[in-house]
Ligand binder design. Structure first.
Ligand SMILES: Cc1ncc(COP(=O)(O)OP(=O)(O)O)c(N)n1
Ligand SMILES: Cc1ncsc1CCOP(=O)(O)O
Ligand SMILES: [Mg+2]
Length: 204
C-alpha cells in the first residue's frame, strides 16, 4: 500500500483501556476520515488480538496500518509498515525485514538533516515534532515551524507533523508544509468521530 499524501494520521491511545474500547474508538475515527493509522503502545506486553483487530479495521477502510517501533511485530502480523525513531532499528534493517513495498516512516524531531538522510535512504515519509506541548509525550523534543517550511522546499516525500496538534493549531502546520498531521490526544481524548470531523477542513 502507498503512503497517503495528505490527511489525518491517527495514532492509537492504548494505555489502560480495554481492547474493545480501543477498537471502538479507532473504528469511529476511521469511518470519519483518517488516512493512516499507527499502533503505538509503549507497554512491552502487546495484545496480539488488539493488533490484529486494528489491522482488520484498517483493511476494511483501505488505509495503511503502521506499527510503531517494533519491526518484528510488524513483520509477524504483515503490517503495511513501521514507524522508526532515533532509538529504533535502522531503516535498512526495517526494509530488509518488511520488504521494499513497506511504508517506513522516520522521526526527524527538529532536524532537516535527519530528514534528508532518511529520504535518501528510502523513507516513505518523514515526521517532525513535537510542535506544541504534548500530554501524550510531555518530554518530546520541540520542533520549529520554520523547519517544516525548509523541509517542504527540500523534500519530495510526504511530511508529517506531530505533537499537541488540535483542529485550532493544525492549520499553521499545514500552511507551513505539513502534508499529514499525526495525532493521538486530539482524536482519542474526546469523542473520536466529532474530533476527526473537526480536523478534516484543514485538508480541503
Ligand atoms: C508519525 C510519528 N511521528 C513521530 C513519532 C515519534 O516516534 P519516536 O521518536 O520513536 O517516539 P515514540 O513514538 O516511539 O515514543 C511517532 N511515533 N509517529
Ligand atoms: C509520539 C510523539 N512524538 C512526538 S509528540 C508525540 C505524541 C503525540 O501525541 P499528541 O497528539 O497527543 O500530542
Ligand atoms: Mg519510537
Amino acid at each position: 500500500m502507498k503512503c497517503p499524501r495528505r490527511g489525518l494520521y491517527a495514532i492509537t491511545q492504548v494505555d489502560g483501556k480495554p481492547d474493545a474500547q480501543v477498537l471502538d474508538d479507532v473504528e469511529a475515527a476511521l469511518k470519519t476520515g483518517v488516512v493512516m493509522l499507527q499502533y503505538r503502545d509503549k507497554n512491552p506486553v502487546k495484545s496480539v488480538a488488539l493488533v490484529l483487530g486494528l489491522k482488520r479495521l484498517c483493511a476494511e477502510h483501505q488505509i495503511p496500518f503502521i506499527v510503531n517501533d517494533d519491526v518484528n511485530l510488524a513483520a509477524q502480523i504483515d503490517a503495511d509498515g513501521v514507524h522508526l525513531g532515533q532509538h529504533d532499528v535502522s531503516l535498512a534493517h526495517a526494509k530488509a525485514a518488511l520488504g521494499d513495498d513497506a511504508i517506513i516512516g522516520v522521526s526527524c524531531y527538529n532536524s532537516l538533516q535527519y530528514a534528508l538522510d532518511a529520504e535518501q535512504a528510502g523513507a516513505s515519509y518523514v515526521a517532525f515534532g513535537r510542535f506544541f506541548p504534548s500530554g501524550t509525550k510531555p518530554l518530546a523534543t520541540p520542533a520549529h515551524i520554520e523547519t517544516l517550511r525548509l523541509a517542504k522546499q527540500q523534500l519530495a516525500v510526504p511530511i508529517v507533523a506531530i505533537g499537541g496538534i488540535l483542529p485550532e493549531n493544525g492549520g499553521l502546520l499545514v500552511d507551513a508544509g505539513a502534508d499529514l498531521l499525526a495525532v493521538v490526544g486530539g482524536v482519542f481524548n474526546g469523542e473520536p468521530q466529532a474530533s476527526v470531523s473537526a480536523y478534516l477542513p484543514l485538508f480541503l
